[in-house]
Each structure stands twice: as C-alpha cells, then as structure tokens.
Design a protein around this ligand. Sequence first.
Ligand SMILES: C[S@@+](CC[C@H](N)C(=O)[O-])C[C@H]1O[C@@H](n2cnc3c(N)ncnc32)[C@H](O)[C@@H]1O
Length: 283
Amino acid sequence: MQDNQAQVEFWNGEGGQRWADHDAQFERTIGPLTAPLLARIAPNAATRALDIGCGCGNQTLALARHLGPGAHVTGVDISAPMLALARQRAAAGAAPLEFLLADASTHRFEPQSFGLLFSRFGVMFFADPLQAFRNLHAACAAGARLVFCCWQAPALNDWLRLPLQAALRHVPAPAATDPHAPGPFAFADRARVSAILEAAGFGAVQFESLETELCFAEGDTLAAATTAMVEAGPVNALLAPLDAEARARALDDIRATLAPHYREGKMMMRSAAWLVCADRIAG
Ligand SMILES: C[S@@+](CC[C@H](N)C(=O)[O-])C[C@H]1O[C@@H](n2cnc3c(N)ncnc32)[C@H](O)[C@@H]1O
C-alpha cells in the first residue's frame, strides 16, 4: 500500500492554505457543480453520509441541508487549515455535522455505517485508489450510494490548459508525470475509474459529463482578474522561480491569452467534469 504523505504535506502546507485563503473564490468557481451532484441524491437517501475530502465544508453544509434534519453528515479531510474553516462554518449553522481530520483511504470508519458516500472533487488524491475505495466500501451500509465529481482530461478544461500553455512559453515544462498520479486529473479516464470502483465492490457505475463555463476569477479589470486567477491556481507555483521582470512578461502573455474569456468582470472558462454515481453491491 502506498501512503498519502505527499498529499498530507501539500494539503497542510501551501496547497491547503491557498484553498483556505481563496475559499470564497473557489466556492464561486465550483459551487455551481454542487446542485447537479445533489440532484442525484434523494432528500431522504441516507441518515448517515460521508463527505470525502470535504475541504472548507461549503458542500458539506449543502449536503446536510439537502438530506434534512434527520440526517447526520461527517466531513473527512486530511487538511487541518481547510477543516478549521469548515468547523467555523458548521458552528455558524445549525446543521447536524461533524468534521474529522483523517485520511479517508485508511481511516477505520465504523463498518457499514454510511448510507451515502459523497464527494465534490475530493477523491482524486489517493496514492492507492483501489485500497481507498475498498476502505470506503467497508464503511457503506447495505444499499449505500456513492456520488462524486472529478475533472475530465486537462485538454477539456481551458481553465488549466490555457494559462498553462501561456506560462510554458516563459518557464521550462515540468517533468512529465504519470497521468494517473494523485492530483486533480487522476480520475479523468472513466474506464479506469469504473474498473477501480467495481474492483472495490461498487456496481451500476454511471458517468455523466458536466460541461459548463465556470467563473475562475473576478476583477474590475482584465489584469486584476488574471492576477487573481493565477494566484489561486496551479500556474502560480510554476512562475515562482521567475524574477519580477520575467514574471511580468509571463503575466502579460497569460492576460492576452485569457482576454477573450473576460466578460463583465468575470473570467469564464470552459470546464468538463464527470459526475459519477455507483451503488454498493458486494459484501
Ligand atoms: C480539490 S479539494 C476539494 C475540497 C472540497 N471537496 C470542495 O469541493 O471544495 C480536495 C480535498 O481533498 C482532500 N484530500 C486529499 N486527499 C485526501 C485523503 N486521503 N483523505 C481525505 N481528504 C483528502 C484535500 O485535503 C482537499 O481538501
């Protein structure tokens, strides 16, 4: 079994702090995908639900509201800074929620306890996804349902592809990595995801393509929105070694690339995600 130490460090270091600092922006971006996920869950679908990789908890609260007062939702995440925000958010609301700082792939959940496993972009970071989904399967009650979303391939996600292409005219390309390595695009290949879920004991696996324009940054000017988008996104780390002049040139290039997508103060970028549903079938 491979361990998730690199992800634990990332989500407790720069990555998790960046998400917590830009929580409102991230929520404006991916918040519109919460409703299609919840639409796949009957309001009375479960009395106990698990939100995997719950982060700052926005969608955990939405799930708790959707399931109603009789349900109890547990959010699990490895990121202390993101969970701190989730706990503040839960304390401000009245929903029956708890947050657990733990690795969802190995944590010993109470066996057969959850009627619903849910995740918004929180299941692509496991070093050993089959082992992780076996562990999660063991926590499923009979008849439990799995509902999550994950990104499709980078080529279909202009929010990453376009700024990255522009940045790579100014910095050396990072070493090629395994496309299945833990990260936002690790679950892009639906055949692989199906195989993992089926091997872990889930069946009736269904994929729906969610293709939509999402707002990846806001700003009164194109320059402000470009800076906001770069600072919140993965391209920022690539630009880090550049001196001020070289960074300014790279930002000019990224801004020109993104200009056609800046409308009424918003950077609207094409995105493609999978909405995946499955049922627990095997013991
Ligand atoms: C892209 S963020 C999504 C956060 C949240 N679901 C949302 O939609 O805003 C991915 C989350 O997965 C969490 N994560 C990564 N690996 C994990 C693991 N092994 N166990 C639990 N959480 C994990 C990260 O800490 C992070 O909060």
